[in-house]
Design a binder for this molecule. Structure first.
Ligand code: T4K
Length: 372
């Protein structure tokens, strides 16, 4: 039995000495927030990595989605997947925009574009695609529908930093894309988010909104909030960005070991990442087919937890089954059969810097033993 808890989402941490040196410089400068030098450098590095004109650092991805929705003028109803972290839906509901949940394509776990059109009503103003696990949405199909129906498109790319779709980096699609740099993401800023966009006007507007709407001393031009990233978070982000290749190599190695470990286990499939794209491999996701596997998903998770391996059921049960959506939209599930089916099959396993091959072998063995 594992003595320590083995978590999904254990943070990756770059060179500690360099981070601490950056922290000392920040303290020496006595410039701690309000888009200081570390935040500006972080924004520059992120923009370079994504190949995008503007990368706006914010305090977290949830606030960043809210700011982007405001700046895009989204209101009424917005279509998004139910199969996402609840923050995507909350960012809309918090602004009294109705999240309209769309079903997924079970092959990709992403929004199924074929199911978008029938959800469009006269109140619909936009679509938020979510690149689940860093695998890019069907951006062509989504953007075709949006153009035809005059809707705005943005993406929640919280999982997708360093990933591509059709050879183009995530971050460059739609009006804007939002990345999360939360502690549990493969590159973290402790807490942090970034909005990426090539739209100058939108970037200017979001920049102001992130800082109370100030456009100069005593001059407020927009309704804004405080969505700013602090300097220490940027220092962490910069340090971790420097370790990005190394972290991806580890994630990729672990992903390969898990895939090999489950290759001959009936009813367990590791979701795949297209080798032709750039991937960060930050999520190792398995699907348990209850018709083939000797144990169902919940029994396997129970077996893992009994061994102190805290595997997660992301994103079960789907946003539509969480409050306030469960009460506000009690029938939403009728249109979400694939979401409900897949959400009941998925397990996310630990990976990242703190997980070595021996640990992967142990996790595989617990699962193999459970289904034997
Ligand atoms: N959109 C999508 C698609 C997202 O996945 C997320 C975040 C967002 C939007 C919003 O982004 P942010 O506003 O957070 O920037 C976690 C994360 O908190 C959340 O950021 C992430 N998605 C989601 C997928 O996972 P929880 O509620 O499952 O677990 P949490 O935060 O308690 O952490 C999971 C495990 O990680 C813990 O059991 C232990 C470990 N952990 C966590 C922290 C914070 C550590 O070992 N060290 C730590 O410092 O949401």
């Amino acid at each position: 039995m594992e003595t320590e808890l083995l978590h999904v989402g254990r943070p990756n941490i770059g060179n500690r000495e360099i981070f601490l040196q950056r922290v000392n410089e920040i303290l020496d400068r006595r410039w701690l927030s309000n888009r200081g030098p570390a935040v500006q450098e972080f924004e520059k590095r992120v923009a370079e990595t994504l190949g995008v004109k503007h990368a706006l650092a914010m305090c977290n991805a949830t606030a960043a989605i809210e700011i982007a929705c405001r700046a895009l003028g989204l209101k009424g109803e917005v279509i998004l997947p139910s199969y996402t972290f609840v923050a995507t839906a909350h960012a809309l509901q918090w602004q009294e925009i109705t999240p309209v949940f769309c079903d997924m394509d079970p092959m990709t776990h992403n929004l199924d574009p074929a199911k978008i059109e029938k959800l469009i009503t006269p109140k619909t103003t936009g679509i938020i695609g979510v690149h689940i696990w860093g695998r890019g949405c069907d951006t062509d199909a989504i953007e075709d529908i949006a153009t035809k129906r005059n809707l705005k498109v943005m993406y929640d790319a919280s999982h997708g930093f360093g990933c591509s779709k059709g050879g183009r980096m995530l971050g460059t699609f739609g009006e804007c894309e939002i990345f999360s740099f939360h502690a549990t993401k493969f590159i973290n800023c402790l807490e942090g988010g970034v909005v990426a966009t090539n739209n100058d006007e939108l970037a200017h507007q979001m920049r102001m909104m992130t800082n109370f709407g100030f456009t100069g001393f005593d001059k407020v031009e927009y309704l804004g909030i405080n969505g700013k990233m602090n300097e220490i978070s940027a220092a962490m982000g910069l340090t971790n960005l420097e370790a990005m290749d190394e972290i991806i190599t580890i994630n990729r190695r672990n992903y390969g070991s898990y895939s090999a470990g489950f290759a001959d286990v009936p009813g367990i499939a590791v979701i795949d990442y297209d080798p032709a794209e750039r991937n960060n491999y930050q999520y190792v996701v398995i699907e348990v087919d209850p018709e083939v596997c000797a144990r169902n998903r919940d029994e396997i998770v129970e077996a893992l937890h009994a061994e102190n391996i805290i595997a997660r059921k992301y994103f079960w049960p789907g946003c539509h089954k969480m409050e306030p959506y469960r009460s506000l939209q009690p029938n939403a599930g009728l249109l979400l059969p694939e979401t409900e089916r897949v959400a009941a099959r998925v397990i996310v396993l630990p990976t990242g810097q703190t997980v070595d091959e021996e640990t992967v072998a142990r996790v595989c063995e617990v699962i193999r033993e459970a289904v034997r």
